[in-house]
Design a protein around this ligand. Structure first.
Ligand code: PEP
Length: 249
């Protein structure tokens, strides 16, 4: 059976007090044994979050990482800095990093290679904009994003990869892809991996859906055959909502 994962992307939210309060509330809930729960705080809250989650089965992830080891990269954070505060999981390729901060497929290819070499687990985000879907180009777009960043990796590296399909038109908009739209794309992605590698690998890879997942729609989305969980933005900022999603399988 594939891993079931629910990851909360806190984005640029939660200062020190808010982080403490949210993690303490999360820690009061039971986490099902078969669900891996992750939270991705801002860089400044990573160390604090690692300490607060130590006794709980919650993984702390970073929201980004620079591909360079060190040097003149003002405002950036390296792999060894993340490892130094106990973080071994990162989100890469989030649509906000791509659209607001100019991350390109080739930059992401470098980041992925660095993160794999450094032993990180990667939640790799990708997905089409509304115009691509309207023009029926969403499958091609997703294939391009995956192949440029990931398809030159050796099969062994994929044990470190979790995929997160996030249609940009559904992020933070309240508009969710229908369960059928999510399933259609997830099945397409699995087929791409099978074509490029093999069926065994395709069946092992966890593919999360992200885009306005809430307690009210999570169960229906997670019930789809090829949906293995969710990357959650807005609803991950509230402990009750996030835990309702964690328990929606
Ligand atoms: C996200 O930013 O990854 C996301 C899915 O956000 P939201 O759940 O708020 O749509």
């Amino acid at each position: 059976m594939r891993k079931q994962i629910v990851a909360g992307n806190w984005k640029m939210n939660n200062n020190t007090l808010e982080t403490e309060s949210l993690i303490k509330s999360l820690a009061q809930h039971e986490i099902p044994d078969d669900v891996q729960v992750m939270v991705a705080p801002a860089f400044t809250q990573l160390s604090q979050s690692v300490s607060l989650t130590e006794a709980h089965s919650i993984t702390v992830a970073a929201q980004n990482m620079n591909a360079a080891d060190s040097g003149a990269h003002t405002g950036e954070v390296s792999a060894s800095m993340l490892k130094g505060v106990g973080v071994h999981t990162i989100i890469l390729g989030h649509s906000e990093r791509r659209s607001l901060y100019g991350e390109t497929d080739s930059m992401l290819q470098l980041k992925v290679q660095k993160a794999i070499a450094e032993g990180f687990q990667i939640i790799f985000c990708f997905g089409e904009e509304l115009e691509h879907r309207k023009e029926n180009k969403h499958f091609t777009l997703v294939e391009d994003q995956l192949s440029s960043a990931l398809f030159d990796l050796p099969k062994t590296a994929w044990s470190q990869i979790v995929l997160a399909y996030e249609p940009v038109w559904a992020i933070g908009t309240g508009e969710t892809a229908s369960p059928e739209q999510a399933q259609e794309m997830h099945a397409f992605i699995r087929q791409l991996i099978e074509n490029k590698y093999d069926a065994d690998l395709a069946n092992q890879i966890a593919i999360l859906y992200g885009g306005s997942v809430k307690p009210g729609n999570a169960k229906e989305i997670f019930s789809m055959q090829d949906v293995d969980g969710g990357l959650i933005g807005g609803a991950s900022l509230n402990a009750e909502d996030f835990m309702a999603i964690v328990n929606a399988f």
